[in-house]
Design a protein around this ligand. Structure first.
Ligand code: FAD
Length: 371
């Protein structure tokens, strides 16, 4: 009894644990949540926030408020190192914190390796908060002139960011920007041909350019330089080059998978330290590598909550089953979407309506906790 549970990051995989935080406290445990923001932004609605389909309040969850309301302790800071032998986490600004049980939902980041020099008017698609700053800057520049926007990366976030930038500019009713996607080899290369065709059709119909078969070599403020040597000027650059798990595990000598994510077994438990758990983009699931999609973070929630309680109370751990294929819906920004699950693939308004319904329902459940 009276143990200390420390949660690092209030992301998607900790949502159920945060919802039931009071249950740990009722059993006499102390709970501390550490995060760099008082809010957690739901990434699935991030591109829609960029285009103003959603307001920041629609897509964010008041982590600090929910934690303190239930009797937990919220620390506005970032974990930079873990000493698993001492059971201590070290923070960027504050004093170290000791734990009995530790759980990571520290997410992933977009690497800035290719960016050289100043970072003026370069925005990464994560953290989602940075899309708000990008929105403000795009609107400011559009009110003055016609601008060009480069999106570096060829995955779903490029598709969604491009479509939603188009929407932002269209609704602003001023100059329409030139939007170019630098997609590396091929746009949406790991998706079925039919999804790719629908994505091309949607973007090209709106005058969005897709540049393929040429990777970006270097990014500077105002410039994207490709491996072929071609140089493209851009007033604003978005980095959507894929995500990597937080680097804190490798730097702390914890076991990691090939991508640097915390190596966890079927109980979402660190393979070497049974009192450490994790979920979401920051883990490497030993049994089967998982895509970095929110769907898995959401599916991990109940198991993570159960296992954290079991670890504190000497209960039995539950194993996580990643489940089968998942539904993907991309928000194209024009009130249309592309929906794909197995062989079912279609685009249009219905696809976006389904995504909007699912996303709003998900957020409503967590907004309820704030009351
Ligand atoms: C633009 C975009 C759109 C996407 N759309 C979808 C979608 O529609 N559907 C889908 O399934 N997936 C989508 N994804 C993927 C999805 O974002 C991730 O899989 C999901 O965010 C993973 O959730 P998470 O909780 O692990 O990480 P995150 O959402 O990144 O949350 C991590 C949390 O940890 C905190 N944190 C980070 N570092 C530290 C630290 N050192 N110390 C303490 N706290 C820390 C962060 O502030 C954050 O609150 C999208 C991704 C992007 C970039």
């Amino acid at each position: 009894m009276d143990k200390h549970l420390v949660l690092v990051g209030g992301g998607h995989a900790h949502m159920v644990t945060l919802k039931h935080l009071h249950t740990f406290i009722e059993k006499g445990h102390q709970v501390t949540v550490i995060g760099p923001s008082k809010f957690h932004y739901y990434s699935g609605m991030g591109p829609g926030m960029l285009s103003k389909i959603y307001s920041p309040d629609d897509i964010r969850f008041a982590t600090e408020h929910v934690v303190t309301k239930q009797g937990g302790n919220f620390v506005l800071d970032k974990v930079i190192k873990i000493d698993a032998a001492k059971k201590t986490v070290y923070l960027e600004k504050g004093a170290p914190i000791d734990y009995d049980v530790l759980s990571f939902n520290a997410g992933s980041y977009v690497p800035w390796d290719h960016v050289h020099g100043e970072h003026t008017d370069i925005f990464s698609v994560k953290p989602i908060e940075s899309l708000l700053k990008a929105q403000e800057r795009v609107l400011e520049l559009l009110s003055q002139n016609k601008i060009s926007i480069a999106i570096v990366g060829g995955g779903p976030s490029s598709l969604e960011i491009a479509g939603n930038l188009w929407r932002l500019a269209k609704d602003a009713g001023q100059h329409m920007p030139d939007i170019k996607i630098f997609a590396g080899s091929r746009l949406m290369s790991r998706f079925p041909e039919k999804i790719r065709d629908l994505a091309y059709k949607s973007l090209r119909n709106r005058g969005i350019t897709i540049i393929e078969q040429d990777y970006s070599k270097e990014i500077q403020s105002g410039k994207v330089i490709l491996e072929s040597g071609a140089v493209h000027e851009a007033d604003i650059i978005f980095l959507a080059v894929g995500v990597k798990p937080s680097t804190i595990f490798k730097e702390s000598g914890l076991p990691t998978g090939p991508d640097g994510g915390l190596l966890v077994n079927k109980y979402l438990q660190c393979t070497e330290h049974p009192e450490i758990f994790g979920g979401g983009d920051c883990i490497y699931f030993q049994d089967k590598p998982l895509d970095k999609v929110g769907v898995y973070a959401v599916r991990e929630n109940p198991v993570l909550y159960h296992n954290l309680m079991a670890a504190l109370e000497n209960g039995e751990l539950h194993s996580f089953d990643p489940g089968g294929t998942y539904l993907l819906i991309f928000n194209l920004g024009d009130n249309k979407g592309i929906l794909g699950k197995n062989s079912l693939i279609f685009d249009g308004r219905l696809a976006f309506m389904i995504k909007d319904y699912i996303d709003r329902k998900f957020m409503r459940e967590f907004h309820e906790m704030e009351k």
